[in-house]
Design a protein around this ligand. Structure first.
Ligand code: UGA
Length: 417
């Protein structure tokens, strides 16, 4: 199939590359000329496992190209995906300006195009957005009728940063929200090479599935963190509890790792947006989801409190291992390490940090702390160590000198969850 993808962030570029690897002919569109140039050279502008290899193969085989011109890209596409960002506004609601702009450009391009084409939103947008906001824009700009002269679908993504390509190629399920059967049939054809269940539903249900999925995963994390706090108090290993509770297939073990709380660019943003939308537009009081956020905010700096129960932080030197919001990425957006470092400094501690990928990014936020070039150097001559992100390599420094709470490190304590 001939496909255009508008927006080459991690969702757009991963989708484009994966679909090209399945034999589709894909054109990526982005307003950023540098990105377009890089993609056309087979160089990935983002770091995702396996992406650059597959991207350069797709470019060589002429299965994928990039451009800044939406009309040109859509001219002979049967399907267009919208994969631009949906950041948060100050008040927590979703900023739809990029999605609306992309939709407007697509609408203009549809006006010039004779053949039928299905416009599919993959960006995370609140339920009813596609129907109430995007379809009217498409109809206004194209002068055509949705469901008759062009198709519309909503196809949420469930990609985890760092392993997004793997997630795209092996999804647990593919959700197709369709305006009408013809639109859904064309989108389903895109996934014919995939060995995953395809669930077809309405557009607004597909939008809801995305928010419900992220909210439930975030709820599991806040839940286990609350249990973990009780376990700490009682001297119980929360990981052992999670392993045992997770053996119940109705619960399952995934997303029950206690820690410093969830971060990243998705869960905090999506939960806030979901809550604001529910309150302002749907007259709901999502008390459970509000608590999930509250527990998460408290959790981020709990580790510092635990350390303070053991040592007075004034005048000490504390190492922080792990700065990324999760292992396997250099992304520090909403990372617990940011408030942890701030709190340590406000208590009078000197901080030395280490992360295999995220130190350059953290230097922009905390330029005034020390950065070490290995975990071992980071813990040398410090009074305490906090393991904030669970990178596998930190297990190697988990010698009796630097290990779980209660054991001695060089001079002080090492704490993780
Ligand atoms: C998340 C979802 O997992 C994806 O399905 C979704 O598509 C994506 O958001 C999105 O909306 O675009 P991501 O933000 O990449 O993906 O990260 P996750 O791997 O889900 O981790 C999120 C946070 O939860 C991290 O801070 C992680 O450390 C934390 N976490 C995860 C825990 O604290 N405990 C766990 O057991 C699992």
């Amino acid at each position: 199939m001939k496909i255009s993808i508008i927006g080459t962030g991690y969702v757009g570029l991963v989708s484009a590359t994966a679909l090209a690897s399945k034999g589709h002919k894909v054109t990526c569109v982005d307003i950023d000329e540098d990105k377009v140039k890089k993609i056309n050279q087979g160089t990935s502008p983002i770091h995702e496992e396996g992406l650059e290899e597959l991207l350069s193969k797709a470019i060589q085989e002429k299965k994928l190209k990039a451009t800044t011109n939406t009309t040109e890209a859509i001219k002979d596409s049967e399907l267009v995906f919208i994969t631009v960002g949906t950041p948060s506004k100050e008040n927590g609601r979703v900023d739809l300006s990029y999605v609306e702009k992309a939709t407007r450009d697509i609408g203009k391009a549809l006006k010039e195009k004779k053949e039928y084409c299905v416009v599919t939103c993959k960006s995370t947008v609140p339920p009813t957005t596609t129907q109430e906001k995007l379809i009217p824009i498409l109809e206004e700009e194209s002068g055509r009728k949705a469901g008759e002269e062009f198709g519309v679908c909503m196809n949420p993504e469930f990609l985890r940063e760092g392993i997004a390509l793997k997630d795209f190629l092996n999804p647990d399920r593919i959700v197709i929200g369709e305006l009408d059967e013809k639109s859904g049939n064309i989108l389903e054809k895109t996934y014919r090479e995939f060995d995953s269940p395809i669930l077809r539903t309405s557009i607004k249900a597909a939008e809801m599935v995305k928010y419900a999925s992220n909210s439930l995963l975030a709820t599991k994390i806040s839940f286990i963190n609350e249990i973990g706090n009780m376990c700490k108090e009682l001297g119980i290993d929360v990981y052992e509890v999670a392993d045992t509770v997770g053996k119940d297939h109705r619960i399952n073990r995934d997303f029950l790792n206690a820690g410093c709380g969830f971060g990243g660019s998705c869960f905090p943003k999506d939960l806030r947006a979901f809550i604001s939308e529910a309150k302002k537009e749907w007259k709901q009081e999502p008390k459970l989801l509000e608590s999930v956020i509250e527990v998460n905010l408290d959790q981020k700096t709990k580790l510092v409190g635990l350390l303070e129960e053991k040592i007075n932080l004034e005048g000490t030197k504390v190492s922080v291992l792990g700065l990324a919001f999760k292992p396997g990425t250099d992304d520090i957006r909403n990372s617990p390490a940011i408030p942890i470092i701030k709190k340590l400094k406000s208590k009078g501690a000197e901080v030395v940090a280490y992360d295999p990928e995220a130190m350059e990014n953290m230097k922009k936020i905390h330029p005034d702390i020390e950065y070490a070039d290995s975990p071992k150097k980071a813990v040398q001559d410090t009074d305490a160590c906090l393991i904030v992100t669970d990178w596998p390599e930190f297990q190697e420094v988990n010698t009796p000198k630097l290990t779980l709470e209660g054991r001695r490190m060089n001079k002080g304590e090492g704490i993780c969850w």
